[in-house]
Each structure stands twice: as C-alpha cells, then as structure tokens.
Design a protein. Structure first.
Length: 91
C-alpha cells in the first residue's frame, strides 16, 4: 500500500508571504537547497523508514558532509579540515 509522509505525522513546508507579496523563498534559499539535497540523497525512490532509521541516516549524512566531502571553495579540504586549518592559522 502506498503511504505518504503525512501518514507518518510529517508536515508540509509552507511558504509565507513576505514584503510586497513575495514568498520568503529568497530568504530561505540556502536552507531549501540543503534540505532538497538531503531529501534527494537520502530518500529518493525509497520506501519510508521508521523514525530511528531516518535519524541514523541523517546523522550519517551530516557526518559525511562535514568530514568526507572535499570542496574546491574550501581549498580542497572538507569542512572540518578547513575549520581546523583556519583556526590554527589565526592562532
């Protein structure tokens, strides 16, 4: 049987109206992009999983984003390496 995220108590994201009738998406663009990538990489095409499994998947995703993804903008380092390097350079 097909189940939706709403059957599991999840809420749909809602856009609220900002100044001059524009949606607030421009303000939330970075977070919307991050959560879009998170959903794509964790759930894309898969059946829904129990909440504890979801929590573990998200924790692994955060760990891999911070410790395993090398970024050109961060001088070829992952986020944790870059922060460590930057803090040592200041000290």
């Amino acid at each position: 049987m097909y189940q939706t995220v709403f059957d599991h108590g999840s809420l749909q994201r809602r856009n609220h109206r900002g100044k001059y009738g524009q949606t607030a998406d421009a303000d939330n663009a970075a977070m919307a992009n991050f959560f879009g990538l998170l959903k794509l990489e964790i759930f894309c095409g898969e059946a829904l999983v129990p909440k504890e499994d979801l929590k573990k998947r998200i924790e692994r995703y955060f760990y891999s984003c911070n410790n395993g993804r090398i970024k050109q903008k961060l001088a070829g380092m992952c986020s944790v390496q870059y922060r460590t390097h930057a803090s040592q350079s200041v000290a």
